[in-house]
Ligand binder design. Structure first.
Ligand code: MLT
Ligand code: MN
Length: 300
């Protein structure tokens, strides 16, 4: 049986974001039960509950481990961790910064597309991941492999180079490994985890049709949300994230895909659907979508 724990369901910055006084962030900071905080997006997956694969290592990983008993060291040996592998779906800060927490001589396998390894190599701070302990496994597009009792399949989705690597130019959308989707199963149906996706394509549609569960990029409710709120100059699409709603948005893209369970994750602090009592959340519910919360578990 596949067990997936949502370590964090927020986008980069988390919820509340440190410098935001937006309406949702104010409510989250005040402890409003309808505005539950979200740490930055990541999941942990396991077939046996003993060894775990992390998909992305968020800057909040230290607190996420503390909040997740399944990831605690087991009594008996002085140093150990159930975290056996980390797979990166991209090299944005919110996907890789948590690797710095994993630097204490603990052996694990690090899986990523060559593009993401290149980002780590270009930033010498990641040399803290001593190759004597951290084995690297490059992911080729469309690769399927077994590890830790899990079957893992990775595939490129439309995305872009990380924000910090943009160099002031619009990098455009690529589909060669800058952003990955991952399908994880353990003898049963697969859970697809796609925290960043710039557009729906025919290939992705074919892959997701009839899936048991898809956790998908829920960054923004509307494409121009950041601009309208004065939170930033860019549309969601320019940031590599298709919006939930509007023409070509995620609700529309999934409308006829027959995906049994649809869960938004990587939800930005500006997204009104984070509020349990908002009309936007009601609209998602109506369309058959859930919004992930930290600590949520899915078994398949
Ligand atoms: C993103 O997903 O677009 C990034 O996490 C942006 C960021 O690093 O702030
Ligand atoms: Mn992100």
């Amino acid at each position: 049986m596949l067990r997936v724990i949502v370590l964090g369901a927020g986008a980069g910055g988390g919820y509340p974001q440190w410098n935001s006084a937006g309406p949702g962030c104010l409510r989250a900071r005040a402890g409003d039960p309808a505005a539950k905080p979200r740490s930055q997006a990541s999941i942990a997956a396991s077939a046996d509950g003993e060894s775990w694969l992390l998909v992305n290592a968020s800057p909040d990983l230290r607190q996420q481990i503390a909040a997740t008993p399944a990831l605690h060291p087991r009594a008996g040996r002085l140093r150990n961790s159930p975290i056996a592998a980390v797979l990166l779906t991209g090299a944005e800060v919110d996907n890789i910064a948590g690797l710095l927490h994993l630097r204490e001589r603990h052996p694990f396998t690090l899986l990523a597309a060559p593009q993401s390894f290149a980002v780590l190599d270009a930033n010498p701070i990641f040399r803290v991941l001593n190759p004597d302990f951290v084995r690297r496994r490059p992911i080729a597009p469309g690769m399927r492999f077994d590890m830790l009792g899990l079957t893992v399949e990775t595939y490129p989705v439309p995305g872009k180079v990380p924000l910090f690597a943009e160099d002031g130019r619009d990098p455009g959308t690529a589909e060669e490994g800058e952003a990955l989707g991952v399908a994880i199963s353990a003898g049963g149906p697969a859970l697809h985890y796609i925290p960043g996706c710039a557009a729906m394509t025919d290939a992705l549609r074919a892959r997701l049709r009839g899936a048991a569960c898809v956790m998908f990029d829920g960054t923004l409710f509307t494409d121009d949300e950041m601009i309208r709120l004065g939170a930033g100059p860019k549309t969601g699409r320019r940031m590599g994230h298709m919006p939930m709603t509007g023409a070509g948005g995620t609700l529309e893209a999934f409308a006829h895909l027959d995906v049994a369970r649809r869960v938004f994750t990587h939800v930005n602090n500006t997204n009104p659907a984070l509020l349990d009592d908002s009309p936007e959340r009601a609209a998602l519910r109506e369309a058959g979508w859930e919004v992930a919360e930290d600590g949520m578990e899915i078994t398949l």
